[in-house]
Design a protein around this ligand. Structure first.
Ligand SMILES: [Fe+2]
Length: 346
């Protein structure tokens, strides 16, 4: 009974003269930013979620290798939905610029948060986290005072003791590119030859594999990126415990220059459909909150001055990064690849 009474007014309304159609409520446009990223870390996902909570801007991520992303951007051309390209090497960011895939931008926030050497001079890309290419050593067999420079690893006493990954890897290419920028291609090739002569084994695996090989006694010194060592030190995995106790870290210099450092970073895509949302995301990633999370969550060095690195990295001591503008890494990449080939570094 009650039910019938309740329905009655509705039935009457349905039979009556139709009311004029209501104005459609304005649909709140969803703001979004489309990211193509080579990075695959949990910390990035966390940061994108925080950004959405803070700004209401939705972040859509496509993950792929950087070569694949650059090919895709070229293929998509003007119709590309990509707003930001993010990857883990300044040389690759520079390559994206030279292939015409990025656009120049200006931001006082980014200029204030990111030291000049860690971003493109014309604003095509910006470093968001820093990593040093350091030397890990077996503490029982090596005294850190024995090694001051990358070149020290070419001395005869390290024959059969040096662990390092393939020259196909961009981190090594960027290290050699920095050497070319400072000392010229001949000196860089001579260094590469010296390392090849001292290798403990044919290059294989990634940076973490070189660290584990120290624990297995395959070699005594390894060239690796700092965050891999930070992550190893923070790891609970049983197979990593032995290496954790055995490994020390030193920061080699390039002669008069500091330790080779590289960045993970991003740039706004040439045809970005949402450039202001893209800029908002880059600015957020360079800010205090994000820089702290990059440091703690992924053991990367913050680029923003005044933000502390993770305790695992702080324990290695401090270092002076090479002041070379990282734009040079792309400029000398092809030469570096050529010199590695000439040196026989697979
Ligand atoms: Fe890496």
């Amino acid at each position: 009974m009650e039910k019938t009474l309740f329905l009655l007014p509705l039935l009457l309304a349905a039979c009556g003269t139709p009311a004029p159609a209501p104005e459609p409520a304005p649909v709140a446009e969803t703001r979004m930013v489309n990211v193509y990223s080579h990075r695959h870390y949990d910390v990035d996902k966390q940061l994108f979620t925080q950004f959405t909570e803070k700004t209401g801007i939705q972040v859509n991520v496509i993950q792929a290798g950087d070569d694949e992303i650059m090919a895709r951007l070229e293929q998509e051309g003007e119709k590309s939905p990509c707003d930001i390209f993010i990857t883990a090497d300044a040389g690759r960011l520079g390559l994206a610029r030279s292939r015409g895939l990025l656009q120049p931008t200006k931001s006082e926030v980014l200029d204030a948060n990111i030291p000049a050497a860690l971003r493109d001079p014309e604003g095509y890309w910006f470093g968001l986290t820093m990593r040093a290419r350091v030397i890990a050593f077996n503490k029982e067999k090596v005294k850190p005072e024995q090694i001051h420079t990358y070149a020290d690893l070419t001395a005869a006493k390290w024959k059969g003791k040096v662990l390092v990954r393939s020259s196909e890897n961009v981190y090594n290419q960027s290290l050699l590119a920095a050497m070319i920028a400072h000392d010229g291609p001949e000196a860089a090739e001579a260094w590469a030859k010296g390392i090849v002569a001292n290798m403990a084994r044919e290059p294989k695996g990634g940076d973490t594999d070189q660290l584990l090989a120290i624990a297995e006694g395959i070699g005594d010194v390894a060239i690796a990126n700092s965050y891999y060592i930070g992550k190893l030190m923070a790891s609970d995995e049983p197979e990593k415990q032995k290496a954790k106790g055995m490994i020390g870290v030193l920061f080699p210099t390039m002669g008069a220059h500091g330790t080779h450092a590289n960045v993970s970073g991003g740039g706004i895509a040439k045809y970005a459909p949402n450039p202001s949302e893209a800029m908002a995301l880059l600015e957020f990633l360079s800010g205090d909150e994000a820089q702290k999370l990059f440091a703690e969550g992924n053991k990367e060095y913050p680029v923003k001055p005044g933000i502390a690195p993770a305790p695992e990295l702080a324990a290695f001591g401090t270092f002076t990064p090479d002041s070379l503008n990282l734009e040079a890494l792309a400029r000398f990449n092809a030469e570096a690849v050529k010199r590695f080939d000439a040196a026989g570094w697979r």
